[in-house]
Design a protein around this ligand. Structure first.
Ligand SMILES: NC(=O)c1ccc[n+]([C@@H]2O[C@H](COP(=O)([O-])OP(=O)(O)OC[C@H]3O[C@@H](n4cnc5c(N)ncnc54)[C@H](OP(=O)(O)O)[C@@H]3O)[C@@H](O)[C@H]2O)c1
Length: 334
């Protein structure tokens, strides 16, 4: 007797990567029908048999491969980074096949690419969200805090990451660092050469954070239109971009124990037009636990028919309320 597998609703491309596998486990936990894809036949076959899900093997430039794998799907999760090398083809495949697109990119050019495809996405009736990892909670917190002041004018966001970094994140950090320091000033994106560190309290006293382009200048500008945005990170990005030859000697990513031993934190300060201000923090699972929970939270909305066509961020599509779909996550007003 042949056992018929239900047609997959979600395709995870780059599923064999460190974060891709965690995304698959979360989909499995929620009983969402999914298939996996990637370019490496042996790795894809091995994961497919471990998870007992269908698999597809093709390079991102193979549009026939995309067509076959995306057929009948509601949504693609692109977990194959660096996204500078994968997002453009994957987004175009989704446009051609009229399938919603999500990725977990932390690379600003990918967000700009998604923004540039807004009209095409609207015409195809699909939603494109680039940055549906950390940025789901980030954007929800910004949308929430912006509502606490009158006519939000200035946004400061700081990110405190817990849990070390995967090889893939270190590879992608170079694409973030090489852009230099981006801020939003009077509505315009600007590159600046220097900015001072700023102290943020994530709930345990002030901590100095370093000016860093995280992507809120694109994503949270889309969701809130706050005209002045500056972002900070608790470590200097240059400390992350290890000599590429050393990356292979690092662990694939943090172990489950390491992931469970701490929390990610975000702090947001918003200043309104009359000088009133609001400060809120988000208390979240650590980095590589948070990302699968976040992207799958958005996936569930899509699978249930809840989406807005065009280029979106999680905040512009779902508002602050999406954070309640991410387990073990909360916003605290200070
Ligand atoms: N913002 C967030 O919340 C967040 C969190 C976690 C990760 N990320 C990002 O997600 C990405 C993946 O991270 P990771 O830790 O999973 O990295 P990883 O373990 O290195 O996995 C990368 C995956 O992408 C695939 N891939 C890479 N380049 C490809 C290409 N040109 N064509 C097709 N497939 C390609 C790899 O396939 P092969 O095995 O065939 O090379 C692998 O499956 C990184 O960019 C990272 O920055 C973001």
């Amino acid at each position: 007797m042949t056992i018929k597998m239900a047609k997959h609703k979600v395709l995870v491309y780059g599923a064999t990567g460190y974060t891709g596998k965690l995304i698959c486990l979360r989909l499995k936990e929620l009983n969402i029908n999914f298939a996996i894809a990637g370019r490496d036949k042996a790795k894809v076959a091995e994961l497919s048999s471990q998870l007992n899900v269908p698999n597809f093997v093709f390079a991102t430039s193979d549009f026939g491969g995309w067509q076959e794998a995306l057929s009948g799907c509601a949504c693609l999760i692109n977990a194959a980074g660096p996204f500078a090398l994968t997002a453009e083809n994957a987004m175009h495949a989704c446009l051609q096949n009229k399938i919603h697109y999500l990725d977990i990119s932390a690379e600003i050019p990918t967000y700009q690419l998604a923004a540039a495809l807004d009209q095409q996405a609207k015409e195809a009736g699909i939603m494109i969200i680039s940055g549906a990892g950390l940025f789901v909670a980030y954007d929800a917190l910004v949308v929430h805090t912006a509502k606490r002041v009158k006519c939000a004018q200035q946004l400061f966001v700081a990110f405190s990451h817990y849990g070390g970094f995967s090889q893939g994140s270190i590879k992608s950090a170079k694409y973030i660092e090489e852009l230099g320091l981006l801020i939003r000033e009077n509505g315009e994106l600007q590159q600046i050469t220097d900015a001072n560190p700023k102290a943020f309290d994530f709930g345990e006293g002030p901590q100095e954070c370093f000016p860093t382009s995280l992507g809120g200048t694109i994503l949270s500008y889309k969701s809130t239109a706050i005209p002045n945005i500056r972002e900070y990170f608790q470590v200097q990005l240059s400390a992350l971009t290890t000599n590429p030859t050393d990356i292979k000697n690092l662990p694939e990513g943090p172990t489950a124990e390491e992931r469970a031993a701490g929390r990610n934190k975000l702090a947001v300060e918003v200043i309104g037009s009359s000088g009133d201000s609001a400060y809120s923090i988000a208390d979240l699972p650590s980095g590589y636990t948070l990302t699968p929970l976040s992207v799958v939270a958005v996936t569930c909305r899509i699978v249930n028919g809840d989406f807005k066509a065009g280029y979106q961020t999680s905040g512009s599509a779902y508002g602050e309320n999406i954070i309640s779909d991410i387990p073990n996550s909360r916003i605290i007003d200070c």
